[in-house]
Design a protein around this ligand. Structure first.
Ligand code: ATP
Length: 467
């Protein structure tokens, strides 16, 4: 049988280890992923002795260069073909309360494996004998049982480096593993450390949150964040959705559990994490806007607009890339707009308006709307899906008629200024808007000649009114 820890690059590194007289082991995520039969191109090597020296010899023999080297930490990186090869000296770590950056001493194999976060990540395979897996903490059994557990005392593990809390939940979500109960209660107890001043950087926390959103079923990680109390510290706006009842003709779950299902629904149809993120926050303002109306039940008036306005602060807090802000805001702002468009008698102009406002985001908006259907009633489910089918068909029809993607007046500002003898001013914008409105209302077609003719017709009225 083919050994799962042998491939061309590992064979080359093994040969270099023998020639240079180094003891080298495969460790960490690569070992775990190979056992789980998952693809992996990030390979971690643990070296007894100076890993940077070994990495230098390896780079030379692979006819490449070191891509990074940290002498002080005894680590080095080589990007080789599709692989990321990381070399680290076996080490022992000790922590201070106010930092997750440990004091490092070079040490032996046992110390190195004990400092690792989870038993499933604490396996080592000697390159000199890849048949033999070194398993000091029953990691193999945990892989088999699909369990996340710390090798040493879990409270101490999370106290030392609170980022491990997010990593535990992220691995549980990615691998669909359970967190062992003692490890889980330690997460609960130590969650506050994630937000203690400057212990863990926001970027690292957010990176783990994104990895959770990338998993096949993000609700696993999101729910664990909530159940363990981590969400209260990392993303409190999401925690407050739990327990917000929204029983009505449409919903039977609280807002948080409904949201989890919407995120999973988006994950089934798209790999785009920003669509998944939009799903996570689409009802973010429901707790704020909740009112009880006699005879109607719970209402959430304005939650889409108020929700959209909450997003900038959330992006800043989570240090998310601001170039995605517009997209997420737009999806939240518009997520209820398609619903009434399936009703009888809806005009082309109503459809045009949505298409123009959503612009390039229209297909993703429709994906979010469909994902937002979480009814358990099959009859309703069918009806809602049929409604969206109908809306999408009409959108296509209207778009075919007048191609409204990237919509703007066919008569451009420059020309308006020339015809009306205007300098750049508010009046130019007002005239342009009036032309766009006329197109959206179906008064004129979305064509240059018609728009120009319309401009001549309205310009004097508008300019007199402005004066
Ligand atoms: P992935 O590549 O999916 O993030 P991984 O397990 O390879 O998974 P890395 O961040 O690449 O994760 O880390 C490699 C190994 O280093 C881990 O498997 C683990 O043994 C160890 N490790 C990484 N981060 C920590 C940490 N914060 N605390 C303890 N050990 C860690």
């Amino acid at each position: 049988m083919k050994n799962i820890f042998k491939n061309t690059i590992i064979n080359k590194i093994s040969k270099i280890a023998v020639e240079n007289n180094f003891d080298v082991f495969l460790v960490g995520g690569y070992v775990r992923d190979r056992i789980l039969e998952l693809p992996s191109t990030d390979i971690d090597f643990m070296v007894l002795g100076d890993a940077t020296e070994f990495a230098e010899s390896a780079a030379k023999q692979l006819k490449t260069n070191l891509d990074a080297v940290y002498k002080k930490f005894g680590t080095a990186l080589i990007n080789y073909k599709e692989y990321k090869l990381e070399f680290s000296s076996a080490r022992k770590e000790s922590y201070k309360k106010d930092s997750r950056k440990p004091k490092i001493e070079f040490s032996n194999l046992e110390d190195d494996l004990s400092r690792r976060d989870f038993t499933i990540n604490a396996l080592a395979v000697p390159l000199s004998n890849p048949e033999k897996i070194i398993d000091l903490f029953d990691g193999l059994k945990d892989i088999e049982k699909k369990v996340i557990r710390t090798p040493l005392d879990p409270e101490r593990t999370f106290d030392d480096d609170p980022l491990r809390i997010m990593r535990a939940i992220r691995f549980a979500s990615q691998l669909e593993f359970q967190i062992e109960p003692e490890t889980f209660s330690a997460i609960n107890k130590m969650a506050y450390r994630l937000k203690e001043d400057k212990v863990v950087s926001q970027e690292r926390i957010t990176n783990e949150l994104i990895l959770i959103l990338k998993s096949k079923k993000p609700s696993i990680g999101l729910d664990l964040m909530y159940l363990s109390g981590v969400m209260d510290y990392v993303f409190p706006e999401i925690s407050t959705m739990a327990g917000v009842d929204q029983t009505s003709a449409y919903h039977h779950k609280d807002v948080f559990h409904h949201t989890l299902q919407v995120v999973d629904n988006t994950a089934k149809i798209s790999d785009d994490i920003w669509l998944r993120f939009a799903a996570l926050v689409h009802d973010i303002a429901k707790p704020k806007t909740k009112r009880f109306v006699e005879g109607t039940g719970w209402t959430f008036h304005g939650h889409s607009e108020i929700g959209a306005r909450m997003i900038k602060k959330i992006f800043n807090n989570l240090k998310l890339p601001l170039n995605k802000l517009n997209y997420v805001e737009k999806l939240i702002r518009l997520h209820l707009r398609p619903i009434p468009l399936s009703e009888e008698g809806v005009t082309d102009s109503a459809i045009r308006r949505l298409a123009a406002e959503a612009g390039e985001e229209l297909p993703d908006l429709m994906k979010l709307c469909r994902a937002d259907i979480t009814s358990k009633n099959p009859e309703k489910m069918k009806r809602f899906i049929a409604n969206y089918d109908k809306i999408e068909k009409r959108i296509l029809e209207v778009q075919e008629k007048d191609d409204l993607r990237n919509f703007q007046s066919p008569v451009r500002g420059e020309e308006i200024m020339e015809i009306c003898n205007l300098h750049p001013s508010k009046a130019v914008g007002t005239i342009k808007k009036a032309i766009e409105e006329a197109i959206l209302e179906g008064i004129i077609p979305n064509e240059y000649d018609a728009a120009k003719e319309y401009l001549y017709k309205i310009k004097d009225d508008i300019l007199n009114n402005i004066k």
